[in-house]
Design a protein around this ligand. Structure first.
Ligand code: PMP
Length: 307
């Protein structure tokens, strides 16, 4: 399973994978001035369906606004339509979709208004980011030595490409130390999020997650809050120190690429009984049903590609 596909959508039309290239002297490549999304399309009984497409494209356009683009060549409706067209053209039954809005400038300086926004959307077949085996087993994580973004240094509500240098630093450190994921603290020392996932804690039958101020407002996070409430759990936002993770009954992380995955060990301390816990399993199951069109929430969340 590589990242290849027959078609990539570039600036308003489908082009072949090989033709979807940008010049070496593109500002986005040199300075990280781009915004992106990660979206999943799942196989369902009614063919491929894209999960919360409109919410993802709205966040993409909002990320571009936060970064400072004054105008975009395409709006949310056109981007949603383009994604559907792209998945259909590639013929995938399930895939990951990656839209990117990037700065193309003839000057390669640091002036945003000297350039213009260009847009591409790719898709490819991609299983769980940690590997499918991990879905049951969970991951081992450490508290990163790198701090998550300060909200007045990098804009935490935007998926700005340059922001992900921080994620790469943390993830490389964790992986080289033998962990699968990094948990990052905010500049005050409270738990923020992971390199590309939001985080939940279960204690005494209640579910807690970190406040929104310094994290990306995950679309999976929002879905899980709704699914957990449907299951009768109270979910509240709470500032948490790392010690609250060590003594939790369950910890799980979520994101488009990671879906819902337990963290069974943090900093060499096993979490709960060191396995995916019962509440995590319940929420994981509800999420898997929802994205595959088998849950009461599915109709509101899925865009069917072939209907
Ligand atoms: N935090 C960060 C830093 C992320 O990159 C992501 C992935 N987009 C998430 C959280 C989870 O967001 P979502 O559920 O919308 O994919």
């Amino acid at each position: 399973m590589g990242i290849e596909s027959k078609f990539i959508w570039m600036d308003g039309r489908l082009t072949t994978y090989d033709q979807a290239v940008v010049p070496f002297l593109t500002s986005a490549l040199h300075y990280g001035i781009a915004v992106f999304e990660g979206i999943r399309c799942y196989a369902t009984d009614n063919g491929p369906a894209i999960f919360r497409l409109r919410e993802h494209m709205t966040r993409l356009v909002e990320s571009a606004k936060i970064l400072g683009f004054r105008s975009l060549p395409f709006g949310v409706d056109e981007l949603c339509q383009a994604s559907v067209e792209l998945v259909r053209a590639n013929g995938f039954s399930s895939c990951y979709i990656r839209p990117l809005i990037y700065l193309s400038s003839p000057k390669l300086n640091l002036s945003l208004d000297d350039g213009e926004a260009r847009v591409g959307i790719a898709c490819w077949e991609w299983g769980n980011i940690y590997g499918d085996e991990v879905l049951n087993k969970g991951v081992r994580a450490n508290i990163s030595s790198y701090t998550r973004h300060h909200p007045n240094i990098s804009m935490t509500k935007a998926k700005i490409s340059g922001n992900y240098v921080n994620s790469f630093l943390a993830k490389a450190e964790s992986e080289r130390l033998g962990f699968e994921e990094a948990i990052m603290l905010d500049p005050q020392g409270y738990v923020a999020e992971c390199t590309g996932e939001n985080l939940f804690v279960v204690r005494g039958g209640q579910i807690f997650t970190t406040p929104l101020a310094a994290i990306l407002e995950g679309i999976t996070r929002d879905a899980l809050i709704q699914l957990a409430a449907d299951l009768g759990y109270s979910v509240s936002e709470r500032m948490m120190g790392r010690d609250m993770l060590y003594t939790a009954d369950e910890v799980f992380v979520c994101g488009t690429a990671a879906e819902v995955v337990a963290v069974h060990e943090i900093d060499f301390r096993s979490i709960g009984d060191g396995k995916t816990g019962p509440i995590t399993t319940q929420i994981q199951t509800a999420f898997h049903d929802a994205v595959r069109g088998r849950h009461p929430r599915s109709p509101g969340w899925l865009t069917y590609v072939n209907l």
